[in-house]
Design a binder for this molecule. Sequence first.
Ligand code: IPE
Ligand code: IPE
Ligand code: MG
Length: 247
Amino acid sequence: MKDQQASTARPQIELDKVPAHVAIIMDGNGRWAKQRGLPRVAGHHSGMKNVKKITMAANEIGVKVLTMYAFSTENWKRPKEEVEFLMKLPQEFFPLEIEELIENNVRIRMTGWKDGLPDYTLNAIEGAIERTKNNTGLILNFALNYGGRKEMIAGVQDMIRDVQSGKLQTEELDETRFSSYMLTSDLPDPDLLIRTSGELRLSNFLLWQLAYSELWFTEAYWPEFTESLFLQAIAEYQRRGRRYGGL
Ligand code: IPE
Ligand code: IPE
Ligand code: MG
């Protein structure tokens, strides 16, 4: 990974080779805040402000699906106050940004478990999903209360039920069928995964779906992740050769 942090140049993007689905692990909010002597939640607030900007950049170049990891099934382990702050962000984010998202034909959706989310969180996101359901542009997909292993186990449980009820024959199970039991069954697999903040791991994100995704990491913390860095990730993706095990 060449270091790109200082550059603000706008790289050239080939518009016919734009990844259809980009997934982002928005990491480093807490460290961003700490570096500035602020409480961690100030980093989450600043990170929230960055979501629309990157969504617009993705929309502009023709990305079809942008999946943003907003809260993992493991993030419940954090202090109660921090979890509560994170759960309140959707009711701030959507009223603030929904008009512009609608103007840009963006459709909101969520991947994750509704169980366990406070009503105010769920109402905010469901309201946004409802208001944007007829939009045909970029899908802004929030991974909220999402975990890859939980998703696979839930999928396997559904499959077993379908086998037991005769809806599925064991022999019929293949990769396409397995994908249909994932929460993202209606989405293409991510072509490109971006993770900010210098951490080089998946943290239980889209474990099945990322099998052949290109991975791109940056040291930048999420609140300071820029459109220019986003375009650098896209440009590097476009220079890579995806072989899927072939030649
Ligand atoms: C990412 O930032 C946001 C969430 C996980 C909700 P972090 O809160 O993980 O920030 P760091 O990694 O501690 O700096
Ligand atoms: C992953 O970040 C989850 C989100 C960005 C929502 P974490 O900060 O929770 O991941 P770990 O704990 O560093 O692996
Ligand atoms: Mg983190």
